[in-house]
Design a protein around this ligand. Structure first.
Ligand SMILES: Nc1nc2c(ncn2[C@@H]2O[C@H](COP(=O)(O)OP(=O)(O)OP(=O)(O)O)[C@@H](O)[C@H]2O)c(=O)[nH]1
Ligand SMILES: [Mg+2]
Ligand SMILES: [Zn+2]
Length: 354
């Protein structure tokens, strides 16, 4: 008998399971392969496929790695329901116009990884942070390969300046440097996903912290054209410390499908100025008296942040919202609140708030 609590099951899942109407056993999806699913349930690991409903009903999301599901057990089990996700990492599917793709589900903490070499890119990091916040997971930035960086200090600082509320750690899976800082995140029953471009060292980190439990990666890894090993499947592993880690294939490009609250959290600096702009239909593109423009002119708002924000905003902006005045004014009220909170916060820190 497998104890599913080792695999992240808890009272919340228990009550979701009880509230749904299908009869079947609970299980967790630990890997996905083109229409086939590797699951772990009370009888151990096995293969599963999805019931016909998933194929016929376009509204129903297919299971992804990390999902808790209800199965009809068998030599090949049938997945009948996906329990409502607590969090999900979702992006725009490569190539297809509006289709979204969920990379992993029920991820408590996401290690957003960049290596301290040519891979490092703050604009890309903003995209990842937006995806993670939006998906209700907690981002942590890992700057990898610290053994080849002369001095990780400036790299860390540039991330901290950009994302003051996000923890940043420099690590090396080669020397083990900095890995002790990850222990607080790697707790029993907690699910951590590793995301980032190819070759930043996701699988190497997994192997290092799982002390070989990631051995299974060998089966799911293939050599790419350049002869390098590269991860091809999203797969969940249990470490000796009983943390759950989802390794994912490197993303070549990350395009977002939704970003509302994720953008707010990633771009609080921008949101503060937007909320202060008093013109109802300001485009914040140089209109006289625009607060955003003033902040840009005075250097209080970093122009590269503003440009990055606008770009992501355009990318995800839905036609409905653009044309719907109600949604527009709701957005404005929202920003006002964000801005007011931020202003009070700052005044408080500066000792001006009474
Ligand atoms: N110097 C150094 N090299 C590392 C470190 N971590 C990983 N590497 C190397 O970087 C290369 C890529 O590592 P992987 O762990 O396969 O990268 P990945 O992020 O899993 O890549 P994909 O599976 O393609 O997404 C390998 O040659 C590793 O040996 C590190 O901390 N220091
Ligand atoms: Mg890998
Ligand atoms: Zn304005």
């Amino acid at each position: 008998m497998i104890d599913l609590t080792e695999w992240g099951w808890n009272l919340d899942w228990e009550s979701k399971y009880r509230r749904q109407t299908e009869t079947g056993e609970a299980a967790r999806v630990i890997a996905t392969y083109q229409g086939m699913f590797r699951i772990i349930g009370q009888d151990g690991e096995g293969w599963a496929e999805i019931s016909g409903r998933f194929r016929h009903d376009e509204q129903t999301d297919w299971p992804v790695t990390g999902d808790f599901v209800v199965i009809k057990p068998g030599s090949r089990s049938i997945i009948i329901t996906v329990l409502e996700r607590a969090s999900a990492l979702t992006r725009k599917a490569a190539g297809r116009a509006f289709e979204h793709q969920t990379v992993a589900a029920n991820v408590d903490t996401t290690f957003v990884m960049q290596s301290m070499d040519h891979d490092f890119n703050l604009r890309r990091l903003e995209r990842y942070l937006t995806m993670v916040w939006q998906g209700k997971s907690q981002p942590v930035v890992l700057l990898t390969k610290s053994d080849v960086a002369m001095d990780p200090g400036p790299w860390i600082k540039s991330v901290q300046d950009m994302a003051p509320r996000v923890a940043v750690h420099a690590v090396s899976s080669l020397t083990g440097d900095g890995l002790d800082q990850l222990e607080p995140y790697l707790r029993p029953g907690v699910t951590v996903a590793l995301v980032g471009s190819s070759s930043v060292g996701k699988s190497t980190l997994l192997n290092r912290i799982s002390q070989g439990a990631g051995q299974r990666t060998q089966e799911t890894r293939e050599r790419d054209q350049r002869g390098r090993h590269t991860t091809t499947h999203r797969e969940l592993f249990l470490t000796p410390e009983r943390a759950l880690i989802i390794d994912t294939p490197g993303m070549r490009e990350l395009h977002l499908v939704e970003a509302g609250s994720g953008l707010d959290q990633t771009f609080q600096d921008v949101g503060e100025w937007l909320g202060q702009c008093r013109y109802r239909d300001c485009h914040h593109h140089g209109e006289p008296g625009c607060m955003v423009q003033q902040a840009l002119d005075s250097g209080d708002l970093d122009p590269s942040r503003w440009e990055a924000y606008c770009k992501l905003q355009r990318e995800v902006e839905h036609v409905e919202r653009r044309d719907d005045p109600k949604a527009q004014s709701a957005m404005r009220d929202h920003w006002k609140k964000v801005s007011k909170a931020g202003r009070q916060n700052r005044q408080f820190k500066e000792g001006r708030y009474r």
